[in-house]
Design a protein around this ligand. Structure first.
Ligand code: CO8
Length: 257
């Protein structure tokens, strides 16, 4: 399918989505939201794909929602259309989403990266929630996902001052999984996605579901859910294969059932 604001392609068992609005620092327009979510949902439904990588350019992952597009919004339009909530579709994708962030990940760009499951940052990555400088506040989870991941003190600092943090600070406070050399960002992200794609898909989906649950439920309910998912893996052929391969000292051949 041809897209205007992104590129979407298969790299082996990995679905690769690249934000492609270079003249606007990959600002997230409404069309881009629809295209990114559609591409991610298509990969989610495609049995050949095991994981999805989202990336931008070496200058910008995405510099936020498109300010020019929303500058003249009236309250009633913003409220009634509820357009930005469409990005939440990404959080319903069941396959692992890996954000490969180079350059700026600001505002909505940072929030989209935070919706992903693994965040790989290039050395030149910069994260921030600069909405306060525009007379608004984060509107797509910045105050909530950041607070849950990095705590109140850092979140307040970022949200109230609008300052940026570099890749090292973002890794230290726990939103970045790994930092890689800027020139190797995509290669590393694809390598990680390919590795995840080689595992049993039912186990991968269950693992993602269980970890995601930790952000939404009390501990006892999360532990119970994890145990049920764990028990369920014993109904799969892949569990038999994975353990047989370990015992026989060979590589497993998972069949995704
Ligand atoms: N929206 C629209 N255009 C943008 C955006 C943006 N967010 N960011 C950059 N651009 C455009 C610039 O206007 C410029 O266009 P032009 O050449 O036509 O003037 C072009 O990209 C290049 O940008 P700069 O010349 O500014 O490049 P610099 O290298 O000097 O600076 C920065 C790069 C620091 C990234 C700077 O562009 C900047 O500060 N951008 C705005 C960052 C920002 O405030 N982001 C938050 C936006 S609000 C938001 O995300 C709310 C989220 C609510 C939920 C919505 C979810 C999608």
């Amino acid at each position: 399918m041809a897209y205007e604001t992104i590129r979407s392609e298969m790299r082996g068992r990995v679905g690769l989505i690249t934000f492609n609005r270079p003249k606007a620092m990959n600002a997230l327009s409404h069309l881009m939201m629809k295209e990114v979510c559609k591409a991610a949902e298509d990969f989610d439904a495609d049995g050949r794909i095991g994981a999805i990588v989202l990336t931008g350019s070496d200058k910008a992952f995405a510099a936020g929602a498109d300010v020019k597009e929303m500058a003249d919004y009236a309250y009633s339009e913003a409220f009634l259309d509820d357009v930005w909530s469409g990005w939440e579709r990404l959080t319903r994708v069941r396959k692992p989403l890996i954000a490969a962030v180079g350059g700026y990940a600001l505002g909505g760009g940072c929030e989209v990266a935070l919706m992903c499951d693994i965040l790989i940052a290039a050395e030149n990555a910069k994260f921030g929630q600069p909405e306060i400088t525009l007379g608004i506040l984060p509107g797509m989870g910045g105050t909530q996902r950041l607070a849950r991941s990095i705590g109140k003190a850092k979140t307040m600092d970022l949200v109230l001052t609008g300052r940026m943090m570099d890749a090292k600070e973002a890794e230290n406070c726990g939103i970045v999984s790994r930092i890689v050399e800027t020139a190797n960002l995509l290669e590393e992200a694809l390598r990680i996605a390919e590795k995840v794609s080689d595992f049993s898909l039912p186990a991968v989906l269950a693992a993602k579901e269980a970890v995601s649950e930790a952000f939404e439920t009390p501990l006892a309910a999360g532990l119970r859910h994890e145990r049920r998912l764990f028990h369920a893996t014993f109904a799969t052929d892949d569990q038999k294969e994975g353990m047989a391969a370990f015992v026989q000292k060979r590589s497993p051949q998972f069949k995704n059932h």
